[in-house]
Write a protein that binds this ligand. Structure first.
Ligand SMILES: [Zn+2]
Length: 1189
């Protein structure tokens, strides 16, 4: 120890002495005697080579060693001294990692070396040893110096290295360091272009070659250099001719590198191909050189060896990129169905859609073939672009748009007609019999059901004001009404004719057999759930009680057939699952009744079994599928799916391409017996447009666009039958539009089996394996992609084996909830009403499609007609709720169902709630969208939740009148305490809220806070905070209270700003599941959604107590909310709910801790914010994806 220390100190002192001498020399003049400098540097070199500690000394803090050495290097002309110092640097920088190089770079070392390169190159001939040593040091420094490429270019050093290489192609000793330096130069894009001009691409092709055991590191560096150069388009063009060579070399290494010792070389070759195929010419060259087959075959051979995954990954990436773009198998991307608007606003989406020139192909752009869309074609950058980049740009920075809107544009006289929707505010109950409320009076206030909608004359009767506005009225819907010709009359049992072409006697026979099988099989096992409710077999199909369907294709039966069947075979009884106990709001017969009065654009004449039978939430847990290998990993299942897709090109003869379902042709194709699945979605909320059998058990499915639109595909709901038990079916929905999906994060599709249902398990279950969502090879027209060219669609794929023979199964994006279901639930809810409950159902207005939009009023009846009671009744604060403005967000309806069921319940808590508030509820803001299977829009082809600023009474009646109700309330000084619009969220987990806060928005931006006085009550955080403590699915961390520009016309922002409701929210429920709380790791189900709706109510009661404690303390029965809560939790089963309130202990906060919350801003979802998806803007950065693979 001591000895060691002594030696070190001795070394140090010698070193210091040597540096002192060297420094002195630098100060004086090196020219005096080069020999001295030579000796000193040699001694330093010797010390460094023999004593590790001395190396540390030079680069330690406070040491001037490095400066002295560099100064000497800069000053000396002596070759030997230069070499000595280069040796010293090589020794020094070989170990010690980045820190030593950091010191070197910070002292200006890079620049000095590059200068030396220039001056050395002027010697003739240049000293090979100096060049060798210089490049060795540069090769070490380059990768750590971020400005290296720029410095080299500015110093003019690029070409020195290039020339050196050109002259020394056989000098392997010099070649390697030079190539290493060149590799760093090339990572700078400007350098890459310049080097390309100087022939470096060609130079690299001289070095790389077929399999050889010699000089593999040279080869590796050359390939990496080439790969970096080829990121430049012009360089890639230079290399296009070499694509066959690269493929040949790749195959050669693949064949000969049997022990996989040179994976990096093989990957390097693929890296070059990957970059060349970024350009169109490169892709063409790749295809022409049979690249698809070569990479497909080599990859297949690599499959068994796990360590070769990076090669398979890059290969599949290249193959996906080069896969020729296909055309969606459609005549047009416009929706199959068209709803003729009475007035088509010029410039609106519908006018744009139908003003396209006749015969114009909107499925693909012709321009697609002309231009490369490089970034788009690179499959690596599959990011949710908008979300990532809009982020901060989207926050509202105009302070005036964050302040309450002062001007009330509408005169009160105009709003006065809405008075009749608020009878409770003037009701005096003078004719109501409180002693015997059951009997009530003729005009009982609780029962009346106003069926008088607000009429918007223009939509009802008047012809278009300006017919020229729509010069090219669209053709009639493609679905030929002659095939199913039904005339509805008011009683719903009108005349009908049925002239659908008969698919043939054999098929008819099969249908009947199939039907009986379903019925009789069901008779075997007793209907589960006890007893079995033997309904007479009903035609579960209607529209005038006409056509019936079970088998899944064109086998409607006439009403007479049903009648005959009922008479002739008593055995033919369809077991309708008895769900009455479990589903108090469901009634199949009532459902059918409801459907009869529902208007759909396609004039659906069938009912889907799940909606008819009802859905009982399964009791088993449905876990979010684990994503073992990350999104779009090249590993199974994704890889398998991709390879199957590529095989379509490799083995075209295996592809059937058989259309088995097609709404675009008048008679859907008739499928032959047994060989293909049968598809159908001609029922409420159904939206399958086409099904193509690709292989024996694989189908491509195309979704219909929203009506009067040409895009918005995400929601799906369709029926499948004719399946083989145990067969491995694969389904691909090929025209998805979003760039990512929760299907990549463990979400499953929903399936409903009729066989399961009649065996007593009527339920939607999460199902499907090998679920992936990825960009596919179907090109997407710029018309439907916001003008962007070169876009592709995405495929959502899942695999499925069916368990039952002769089953009819349904698949859906999320738990369906139709408009007719809502109507049924409302009727059943009314039956639940107790005399103490005030319930009124009004028709707010008619929709464009002729459906009525219900408005509910729920509160408690006053206890008596005493002045106090009536006064309390009328002065209850209002809570305004709405839901389902977006038809694809069915979860919003399930949450609403939970809310309604709780509000109408008999629990003391529900009663307290009714006594505390008047609830105004529009449970379905977009009935037309729901009915017609839209995902996003109404029949006007627009997103209704972007119309709140200036809704049109003609085009957006539900929004116009809902807003009017709120304007009316504001005008009479009764603006609601809470406004909440229920939605579903497709990309995030949990349930959460968006609210509006001036302060939080300003904080997010750079608006100077002093520029405005920010006084804001923090009350908007109370409700979400309460929810986060009570509702297990709710996550405060996901909430946001920032006002975005893109949301300025949404309900939340408009009600906040224009109506002045501080607590104005959007409540978003996940479509997938939860990643926190009690349901962490589980997919969301209807039970959890309904529970959420109930918890929302309970939270409102809590809010009431927090907002007006004094007032509440005067009401003894309202005071004890907590004990009420406990009570309810303990005996939930007494309420007819299908969910259970939790017994989880929640300690309520009396005060909202605001400061603690301000940091938890939204979108920390690790799934959506995949760190690998961050764009790197620094052109010098390495390809970050490569490091993953
Ligand atoms: Zn929504």
């Amino acid at each position: 120890m001591n000895k060691h220390k002594m030696i070190t100190e001795k070394g140090n002192s010698r070193m210091l002495m040597l540096f002192g001498q060297l420094e002195k020399l630098n100060r004086e003049s090196m020219l005096v005697d080069p020999e001295i400098a030579r000796q000193i540097t040699a001694k330093i070199l010797h010390l460094i080579q023999t004593q590790e500690k001395t190396r540390k000394e030079i680069v330690s803090k406070g040491s001037s060693g490095m400066e002295v050495i560099l100064a000497t290097l800069e000053n000396t002309q002596d070759l030997q001294s230069i070499l000595n110092i280069l040796y010293i640097l090589n020794e020094l920088l070989t170990v010690g990692g980045g820190r030593r190089i950091g010191v070197f770079v910070s002292k200006g070392g890079t620049g000095i070396l590059l200068q030396l390169v220039i001056s050395a190159s002027k010697e003739s001939p240049p000293s090979e040893e100096v060049m060798l040593q210089l490049h060795s040091v540069l090769a070490k420094v380059g990768p750590k110096d971020r400005k290296f490429g720029v410095k080299a270019r500015l110093n003019g050093a690029l070409n020195v290295t290039v020339n050196l290489l050109k002259q020394n192609l056989q000098n392997y000793k010099l070649l390697l360091p030079c190539l290493l330096v060149l590799q760093v130069y090339s990572s700078n894009t400007v350098n890459a272009v310049s080097l390309g001009k100087n022939g470096v691409v060609e130079l690299m092709f001289k070095i790389i070659g077929p399999y050889s055991k010699k000089n593999t590191s040279l080869l590796k560096v050359s390939l990496d250099t080439l790969g970096a150069l080829l990121k430049s388009k012009t360089n890639a063009q230079r290399a296009v001719v070499h694509v066959p060579v690269l493929l040949y070399i790749y195959q050669d290494w693949h064949r000969n590198d049997t022990r996989h010792r040179h994976i990096l070389i093989r990957k390097g070759i693929l890296g070059c191909l990957k970059n060349i195929t970024n350009i169109k010419l490169g892709r063409k060259a790749f295809i022409d050189a049979d690249g698809m087959r070569i990479l497909y075959n080599t990859s297949t051979e690599c499959l068994p060896v796990r360590t070769l995954d990076p090669l398979i990954n890059t290969s599949s990436l290249i193959m996906r990129k080069c896969f020729p773009k296909n055309r969606l198998p459609l005549p047009t991307i416009k929706s199959v169905f068209h709803h003729q608007l009475l007035r088509v606003p010029a410039g609106g989406p519908v006018a744009q859609l139908y003003n396209q020139p006749l015969g114009m192909d909107d499925v693909v752009d012709e321009s697609d073939n002309n231009e490369d869309a490089e970034a788009e074609n690179d499959m690596e950058n599959e990011v949710e672009e908008k979300d990532h980049h809009a982020g901060n740009d989207d926050i509202e920075t105009d302070i005036n748009k964050l302040r309450p809107k002062e001007t009330h544009s509408r005169p009160f006289e105009e709003l006065k007609i809405y008075e009749r929707f608020f009878m409770e505010l003037s009701e005096d109950f003078q004719v109501f019999n409180f002693d015997n409320p059951k009997k009530g009076v003729t005009a009982t206030p609780a029962a009346p059901k106003s069926h008088r909608p607000i009429i918007v004359p223009t939509t009802q009767a008047l012809p278009p004001k300006n017919p020229t506005e729509c010069p090219h009225p669209a053709p009639v819907p493609a679905l030929d009404l002659d095939t199913i010709n039904i005339t509805k009359d008011q009683d719903g049992c009108g005349d009908h004719t049925h002239s659908r072409p008969h698919p043939g006697a054999g098929l008819e026979q099969e249908l009947v057999q199939g039907l009986e099988r379903v019925a009789l099989d069901g008779a075997g096992p007793q209907v589960g759930g006890g007893g079995g409710n033997k309904h007479k077999r009903q035609p579960p199909i209607l529209a005038g009680g006409v056509a019936a369907r079970l088998g899944g294709e064109g086998e409607e039966m006439l009403a007479e057939d049903w009648a005959e069947e009922e008479e002739s075979s008593e055995e033919g009884v369809l077991h309708v699952p008895d769900t009455a106990l479990l589903l108090p709001l469901h009634d199949p017969d009532l459902y059918v009744e409801m459907v009869k009065s529902t208007s759909s654009v396609p004039q659906f004449s069938e009912v889907a079994y799940p909606d008819y039978f009802g859905h009982v939430a399964p009791t088993s847990r449905e876990h979010i599928l684990e994503r073992v290998y990350g999104v779009q990993s090249p590993l199974p299942p994704f890889r398998t799916k991709i390879f199957q897709d590529i095989e379509r090109l490799i083995h075209p003869n295996d592809i059937l391409d058989k259309v088995v379902y097609d709404l675009d042709i008048q008679s859907c194709p008739v499928v032959d017996g047994g060989e293909s699945l049968k598809f159908n979605s001609q029922f409420e909320s159904g939206n399958l447009r086409k099904a193509v059998q690709v292989r024996k058990f694989e189908y491509d499915l195309v979704l219909n666009s929203d009506i009067n639109s040409n895009h918005y595909h995400q929601w799906f709901y369709f029926e499948v039958s004719g399946m083989r038990v145990g067969a491995p079916y694969r389904f691909n929905i090929i025209n998805c539009e979003k760039s990512n999906s929760q299907f990549n994060y463990g979400m499953q599709v929903l399936m409903y089996s009729v066989q399961e249902a009649i065996s007593g398990r009527p339920r939607w279950v999460r199902t499907g394996t090998d679920i992936c969502y990825y960009k596919n090879h179907f090109s997407r027209s710029s018309i439907a992609a916001g003008g962007q060219k070169g876009k592709s669609y995405y495929t959502m794929t899942f695999s499925m084996t069916f368990n039952h023979k002769d089953d009819v199964c349904y698949f859906a994006y999320h738990y369906p909830y139709t408009y007719s279901t809502l109507k049924m639930h409302l009727q059943k809810l009314e039956a639940l009403r107790t005399p103490q409950t005030y319930l009124r159902e009004d028709v707010l207005c008619e929709t464009l499609g002729g459906n009525s939009c219900p408005l509910l009023t729920i509160t408690a009846m006053p206890e008596s007609t005493s002045n106090d009671q009536i006064c309390q009744f009328r002065n209850r604060p209002l809570v305004f709720l709405s839901s389902r403005v977006h038809p694809g967000e069915t979860n919003a309806s399930w949450v609403m169902k939970g809310t309604l069921e709780f509000l109408m319940g008999s629990s003391p808590l529900a009663h307290s709630l009714r006594e505390a508030y008047i609830f105004k509820i529009v449970p379905m803001l977009n009935p037309d969208g729901v009915v017609n299977g839209n995902h996003r829009c109404s029949l006007s082809g627009e997103d209704l939740n972007r119309q709140w600023q200036n809704p049109s009474p003609e085009l957006h009646p539900t929004i116009y009148h809902t807003k009017s109700l709120l304007q009316y309330l504001a005008a009479i000084q009764r603006a609601p305490l809470v406004f909440c619009d229920y939605h579903g969220h497709s990309r995030k987990k949990n349930v959460f809220m968006y609210g509006c806060s001036l302060k939080e928005t300003v904080w997010e931006t750079n608006i100077s806070a002093t520029s405005c006085e920010l006084h804001e009550d923090l009350g908007y955080r109370t409700l979400p905070k309460i929810l986060s403590q009570m509702a297990p699915a709710f996550s405060m961390a996901s909430c946001s209270f920032v006002v975005e520009r893109s949301k300025e016309a949404t309900a939340r922002v408009v009600v906040w700003r224009e109506i002045g409701v501080q607590r104005s929210y959007t409540m978003e429920s996940t479509l997938c599941g939860c990643d926190q709380g009690k349901y962490k790791g589980l997919q969301i189900g209807t039970r959890e959604l309904e529970e959420m709706g109930a918890q929302f109510c309970v939270a409102l009661l809590r809010l009431k107590r927090l907002t007006s404690p004094l007032k509440l303390r005067n009401n003894a029965h309202l005071l004890d909310v907590d004990s009420d809560l406990m009570e309810t939790r303990c005996k939930v089963s007494s309420t007819p709910s299908t969910y259970l309130l939790e017994d989880e202990e929640a300690s309520f906060m009396e005060e909202v801790d605001y400061s603690a919350e301000s940091g938890d801003e939204p979108d920390n979802d690790p799934n959506t914010a995949d760190p690998h998806d961050n764009h790197l803007s620094d052109s010098e950065s390495n390809n970050h994806r490569d490091s993953l693979t």
